[in-house]
Design a binder for this molecule. Structure first.
Ligand SMILES: CC(C)(COP(=O)(O)OP(=O)(O)OC[C@H]1O[C@@H](n2cnc3c(N)ncnc32)[C@H](O)[C@@H]1OP(=O)(O)O)[C@@H](O)C(=O)NCCC(=O)NCCS
Length: 185
């Protein structure tokens, strides 16, 4: 039985969330962002859109996008270690894709380490494809980055799959989903 209090709830990231986000990030990322990066993103970057996924009074995951013109770029997604492997990342990623629809984007891009099989599998399952490789992108170990790309998020196949996944989620605060028809909202 799933208790109501166990449900996940999405909310925009707030300044007061940053210490908890940072603690998750330092734990799960090999190369966390510098200490002031989230503050800068939330207060000084109008293209930036960050969200937290809460389970009761604890942040289970967080993620963000930059949206410039018709392109949304996933800047980060992180799931608390104790929450990994139970669908939280899928829920968070779904929220980011939905935000991209809401903000009028047509495409979504992101970078991922070739060694990060779980993340690649997650993005692949949403219909993202590998478009290219940035040599030596990650400064901690010199690993390349794979560039993954959604293609048109209003394409019927991409959107139908997104709506199917989004409709199956048990999370509050996802917001209105895109219209299934063309060209979207
Ligand atoms: C990558 C990450 C966001 C995925 O979130 P998660 O909550 O662990 O993943 P989910 O439980 O939502 O599972 C997503 C998919 O990966 C699969 N998966 C999850 N953990 C897995 C594991 N350890 N091994 C293999 N597959 C796994 C799931 O089965 C699911 O696939 P499915 O939809 O085909 O069933 C999360 O693990 C994380 O924060 N990792 C550290 C930070 C990071 O790497 N961020 C991404 C940077 S690009």
């Amino acid at each position: 039985m799933i208790l109501i209090s166990q449900r996940l709830r999405l909310a925009p990231m707030q300044i007061q969330d940053i210490p908890e986000v940072r603690a998750i990030e330092i734990d799960v990322f090999p190369s966390p962002w510098p200490g002031n990066a989230y503050h800068r993103e939330l207060t000084g970057n109008r293209s930036a859109h960050y969200q937290c996924l809460w389970r009761e009074d604890q942040i289970a995951a967080y993620g963000g996008l930059w949206v410039v013109g018709e392109e949304a770029h996933v800047t980060t997604i992180g799931v608390r270690r104790s929450e990994q492997g139970r669908g939280v990342g899928r829920t968070m990623f779904c929220a980011l894709v939905n935000r991209a629809y809401e903000l009028g984007a047509n495409f979504i891009s992101l970078e991922v380490r070739p060694s990060n099989e779980v993340a690649i599998h997650l993005y692949d399952s949403f219909g993202f494809r590998i478009l290219g490789r940035r040599r030596g992108y990650y400064t901690d170990n010199g690993e390349d980055a794979l560039v993954m790309w959604s293609d048109l998020i209003h394409a019927p196949r991409f959107k139908a799959h997104f709506l199917h996944v989004a409709g199956s989620l048990e999370a509050e605060g996802l917001g209105p989903l895109p219209d299934p028809g063309w060209p979207g909202r």
